[in-house]
Ligand binder design. Sequence first.
Ligand SMILES: Cc1ncc(C[n+]2csc(CCOP(=O)(O)OP(=O)(O)O)c2C)c(N)n1
Length: 658
Amino acid sequence: MHYAKHQLTEETLFKLYKDLLRPRMIEEKMLVLLRQGKISKWFSGIGQEAISVGVVNALNQDEYVLPMHRNLGVFTTRGIPLHRLFAQWQGKMSGFTKGRDRSFHFGTQTYKIVGMISHLGPQLGVADGIALAAKLQHKKTVTAVFTGEGGTSEGDFHEALNIASVWDLPVIFCIENNGYGLSTPTREQYNCKNLVDRAVGYGMESYTINGNHIIEVYTKLKAIAEDIRKNPRPVLIEFKTFRMRGHEEASGTKYVPEELMAEWAKKDPIANYEAFLLDEGILTPEKIEALRIEIDGQINDHLKLAFAEAEVESEEAQELSDVYAPFGEEAIEPGKVVERIRLVDAISNGLRQSMEKHSNLVIMGQDVADYGGVFKITEGFMDAFGKERVRNTPICESGIVSTAMGLSINGMKAVVEMQFADFVSSGFNPVVNYLAKSHYRWGEKADVVIRMPCGGDVGAGPFHSQTNEAWFTKTPGLKVAYPAFPYDAKGLLATAVNDPNPVLFFEHKALYRSVYQNVPTDYYTLPFGKARVLREGTDVSIVTYGAGVHWALATLEKQAHISADLIDLRTLAPLDIEAVYASVEKTGKLIILQEDSLFGGIASDISAMVTENRFTCLDAPIRRVASLETPIPFAKNLEDNYLPKSRFEKALQELLAY
Ligand SMILES: Cc1ncc(C[n+]2csc(CCOP(=O)(O)OP(=O)(O)O)c2C)c(N)n1
């Protein structure tokens, strides 16, 4: 490998060497500890250090970097105290995740590092969001994100690059092509010659860089970063390198041909650079020895600190309290002036007022800008708030949910409109794995609301009618709202936007234009976790939400003699189970009506909780009434039979007669 000084100062050349040596020496130590059984899993970046070190040195300290599992050099070059890294790997308290996640799965705002989740790909979209926030705030910064060549096969890679290109986001996408993804060689991973060739398809600039050559990595990245700061745009870089050890230490490298190993061993980024610095007289054997002793001393001192630290203690209350970011907002009372509007208007109105209140709020979704969204909720928003804050997105739910997370990390708020709730399945991974787990894992909020136009009775078939709230109520870390009335929808949406936690906000399409109410015109909020008792009675408790509320109301109107409590849950996570208990204590009978098919829905859990906690109050078995265990069908007769509204009245009468 040929090196030249490239007008770099001796100081810089020496710093780069020191930055390379530190992760190498830490790794060598870790491999010893691993053999001794003192640490668990280890993903080695030996031989790839020049990429992490070169990239981080080319960035400013206030610019975000999103590393993967082989980028120890990112963490050490950013100057994280080693004992905190060691504590993190040992699952100890002074790490970054209170023992809740392992290895490099953490972020830190102090060092502007956002670590990966295991699923690899979402990371790339998060970088888009961070860069978008920087661009909207007129910060002239770049964001660098890493992926292996294996990770480029994920849809998230395509989505993130496409978004960044369409939106001119200042992101440096760094592919570390190290020959293997676990045991899979590149020829089985992709079928193009070079991965950078894909940049053409995204309309993006690209570079191939020798990833084992620190001066090449550093000088090229520095020039690229400086240029992007002035002229924001994404760049794709393929670093050619090689993975010198197994995927993780236990899995070995039997499948890697020996010649390949030998060939790449000759290209070691540290040995070659060291030889160059020795030639140039910048290093001497004595200087190297002294530096090694210094780093070795640091590693040992910091290891001692980490080993001396006690194991984390498990405190149930503490664990539960960290699932959500703190949010104890006082409700803002509604004003006296009202107007009679539909559910769809109330949501639009509430969202508009949130946009006025929060200048850092961005709305993203398919066709939400000029077109106003397919349900017209954001009609006129683009004119009022501009195209930067009301953003049409390409069709890429996963990439956009990840982008929303990135906006939140970089100080903004996001509302994402799913065109139909059904399509959230294409963005499911970042919702349940990134947003939901972020605060519990590393204390980072996910200030994102996902609006979910949902529900059946609209003749729209299996892919435009689902009510999929149970996919999310199952997942700790998410909040779920499901209003049935305009008044609730407006106030709960305002709260959802204020809440720094991720909220799935369900809006029933069949109610959008059929339910009217007097709704206060001014801004107000309503608290989550508070059900509303709509009717009071003595003989039975009816618990429901969404369209179910209106079906139950219609039934009670028809059967005026029935004396029932009717409870509208309004939010499902948090769930106001106390309201249900209080009602059951009074009536002794409980029927739960849900639009979703029966198995695994919220009705089952409410039934279980009441059985476990209020069994002695019950005078009859609890009834659950729900849709059939089929996908939701299209034809009117089929859909009518699928939905539970025709079965509810009979079930209610049977329960009363019990
Ligand atoms: C969605 C998902 N699928 C599979 C895995 C298992 N897995 C973890 S890392 C990895 C290989 C990644 O290869 P590459 O992106 O090239 O990075 P490298 O490990 O080579 O640095 C695999 C298959 C995962 N973590 N997430």
